[in-house]
Design a protein around this ligand. Structure first.
Ligand SMILES: Nc1ncnc2c1ncn2[C@@H]1O[C@H](COP(=O)(O)OP(=O)(O)O)[C@@H](O)[C@H]1O
Ligand SMILES: O=C(O)C1=C[C@@H](OP(=O)(O)O)[C@@H](O)[C@H](O)C1
Ligand SMILES: [Mg+2]
Length: 163
């Protein structure tokens, strides 16, 4: 593998889990944009949304993404809303291989049941978010992978065959 791999897709699609698996398999560093933001501020994503709001979070997210310009081989799991900014969509496509992890709303609801770490779900339904973002994920990614029926390692292996 010569390049950076960016995982995009809805919350609960498995970006963080599959990204960790891929980085272990490929023996390259793993990054998660949400974890990087949390470390930078010393606050959880939910706390950042609560205290500073989504607009500020998106600014941090854009800045964090830019730090990958100078990095080489690695796996990057992004936050589900990274594609909302045109600047990020362009950056992702021109700086690595972009994989859209796709999951249906039922799968996502099941996976995120009882989860209180994703503040946006308090305001918007999963269906609405999919509706708003599906096209953006599709046009940003080099290819997509359906994740509803497979385990994390199976999804990881399917990505490896397509890279
Ligand atoms: N393919 C899968 N099968 C079953 N559970 C999964 C799968 N992918 C992710 N999960 C579970 O769904 C939840 C959200 O996964 P996560 O990797 O954090 O997704 P994302 O980073 O895309 O929001 C976690 O509890 C994770 O264990
Ligand atoms: O879809 C979104 O807008 C968000 C997804 C989250 O990341 P995951 O996709 O890893 O859950 C996190 O960045 C934040 O809660 C906002
Ligand atoms: Mg994640």
């Amino acid at each position: 593998m010569k390049e950076k791999i960016f995982l995009i897709g809805m919350m609960g699609a498995g970006k963080t889990s599959v990204g960790k698996w891929l980085s272990r398999e490929l023996n390259v560093p793993f990054f998660d944009t949400d974890a990087m933001i949390e470390t930078q501020l010393g606050m959880s994503i939910a706390e950042i949304f609560n205290k500073w709001g989504e607009v500020y979070f998106r600014k941090l997210e854009r800045e964090i993404l830019q730090t990958f310009r100078d990095k080489t081989k690695c796996v990057v799991s992004t936050g589900g809303g990274i594609v909302l900014a045109e600047e990020n969509r362009q950056f992702l496509r021109s700086n690595g291989r972009v994989v859209f992890l796709q999951a249906g709303s039922e799968t996502i609801s099941k996976r995120l049941q009882g989860d209180d770490t994703r503040p946006l779900l308090k305001e918007l339904s999963i269906e609405t978010l999919i509706e708003q973002r599906k096209k953006l994920y599709e046009t940003t990614a080099h290819f997509n992978i359906l994740t509803d029926a497979d385990s994390i390692s199976e999804i990881g292996r399917r990505i490896l065959t397509k890279l």
